[in-house]
Design a protein around this ligand. Structure first.
Ligand SMILES: Cc1cc2nc3c(=O)[nH]c(=O)nc-3n(C[C@H](O)[C@H](O)[C@H](O)COP(=O)(O)OP(=O)(O)OC[C@H]3O[C@@H](n4cnc5c(N)ncnc54)[C@H](O)[C@@H]3O)c2cc1C
Length: 436
């Protein structure tokens, strides 16, 4: 066998075909009107039937190990599916991605009993409607924000949603607000089936010691879901504002107590290559539209514009970037398959690289097409809006993902050749240890 081989296996080709058919035939017809719907909750709800189809195909929980009813799909195989979905709509794919951000932390950090309790219903929903929310991000303000969630400061810096243990009743009592979590409101704004929330369990401790994760099932009292945020791009996925007021959650729903920072870091590392290939999917669609346009459109001249060297060169540059981005995303996913998703440098690197590549690629495609790229009858203006999301979501590149890459590199034991040779790149808690 060749040590490096980009040829898809028969299984991967089948995955690609099924994902492509789903994206083109079931999702595709819904995208334009959902994107244009001024009511974000209605836009989200309008793709519910497509979500149910995707659930039945195994896309909604395929990444969960088979032991817990999931598809046990590898990170590399997941790449194949995500590129196809995102070539049609990255907002829809985000709904599926967020299931992973919420549920994979249970796979990595929860007790066996908790895995059985929360993962089996996630993978075995006969209705195919199951949604998991991943609630880390918080509203703007001072201190507010999310990027410094693991900073050394005590409350109110960093994560502001507190969960204080009421030992008498064996319950955590949650107060505060989350802002931006996807899926969290569920199809009816009454809550996702399960919400995995990052909370501050020790208000006096810094972000690397005082944070934990807790699962909040649908129907829990003390949470208000406000109308979802109306966004520039990814309009199909739901982003929530949740207000917690003396919300009581059983103590046994908590996990990774005191290690919530590791949960956040690992989840957003796992998702790095997924966001990377999602960028490639959008870039591919922008490129294919511009290429096809350039072969037909003359701009009032006597030949198609692709016959002008500057146009052809621009398209060639876009094509190069897409190929480089796909190779990087696959490499990072492969690394995650080898290292249990602990690619805390290469995962974020692929996400940052491909997200920045995408925005540039779409704009180059727009320059090829010219003024008609701005016409909303053509898809490029939407791709530009979708592209703008990538560097900012899934843990923003500047404040969160780059910090992880730098933390890995700054470790005195870091081997700069480790990624190339697929060796481990250790990553640990970032803030200083508690004073003794
Ligand atoms: C479509 C979509 C889906 C999303 N889904 C979810 C979800 O499911 N769950 C969830 O919890 N969140 C979700 N989010 C939010 C998303 O993950 C954000 O990336 C996250 O909230 C962090 O935003 P931020 O990096 O802009 O942080 P902020 O704290 O708002 O920081 C803003 C800016 O401040 C600067 N900054 C702050 N601190 C530093 C620092 N230490 N170093 C350098 N610069 C710094 C940077 O310029 C940064 O961009 C989603 C967002 C979108 C758009």
């Amino acid at each position: 066998m060749m040590p490096i081989d980009f040829t898809l296996t028969a299984y991967q080709r089948r995955l690609q075909r099924v994902a492509r058919e789903f994206a083109n035939e079931i999702l595709g017809p819904l995208v334009k009107s959902a994107d244009e719907n001024s009511d974000p909750q209605k836009a989200f709800a309008s793709v519910k039937a497509a979500y149910v189809e995707s659930y039945k195909l195994g896309f909604a929980t395929g990444f969960i190990p088979k032991k817990y009813g999931g598809g046990g799909i590898s990170n590399v195989d997941l790449q194949i599916v995500v590129e196809e979905l995102c070539a049609i709509d990255p907002g829809f794919a985000t709904i599926l991605l967020v299931n992973g951000l919420a549920l994979m932390p249970l796979v990595w950090f929860a007790s066996e009993q908790q895995k059985q309790k929360w993962l089996i219903p996630a993978t075995g929903d006969p209705r195919g409607e199951y949604l998991a929310g991943w609630s880390v991000s918080e509203a703007a303000g001072t201190p507010g924000g999310t990027a410094n969630f693991d900073g050394p400061g005590s409350f109110p810096a960093g994560i502001g949603l507190t969960a204080i243990l009421d030992k008498k009743n064996g319950e955590y009592v949650l107060n505060g607000r989350k802002f931006w979590p996807a899926n969290a409101g569920g199809w009816d704004l009454q809550g996702a089936d399960a919400n995995v929330c990052i909370v501050r369990t020790s208000p006096d401790a810094g972000g690397s010691r005082g944070l934990s994760a807790i699962v909040i099932p649908r129907g829990t009292e003390g949470i208000t879901y406000e109308q979802p945020i109306s966004k520039l791009g990814h309009r199909i996925c739901q982003n929530n504002s949740m207000i917690f007021s003396n919300c009581r959650v059983p103590e046994e729903n908590a996990f990774a107590i005191g290690n919530g920072d590791l949960v956040v870091n690992k989840a957003f590392t796992w998702s790095g290559p997924v966001a990377a290939i999602a960028s490639v999917g959008v870039a591919r669609s922008a490129y294919e539209f511009a290429l096809s346009w350039a072969k037909k459109y003359t701009g009032g001249g006597d030949k198609p514009i692709i016959d002008h060297q500057i146009v052809a060169y621009t398209l060639a540059e876009v094509a190069m970037k897409i190929e480089a981005g796909r190779a990087f995303a696959w490499k990072a996913a492969h690394y995650h398959d080898l290292h249990n998703a602990d690619g805390h440098a290469v995962g974020p690197m692929s996400k940052v690289f491909c997200g920045e590549m995408l925005f540039n690629a779409v704009f180059q495609a727009m320059k090829v097409v010219g003024v008609n790229a701005l016409d909303r009858a053509n898809p490029l203006e939407r791709y530009l809006r979708e592209a703008s999301v990538f560097p900012l979501y899934d843990a923003g590149n500047v404040g969160m993902q780059m910090r992880k890459i730098c933390a890995v590199m700054a470790d005195p034991a870091f081997d700069p050749r480790a990624i190339a040779s697929s060796a481990a790149t250790p990553f640990a808690k970032q803030a200083p240890p508690p004073e003794t």
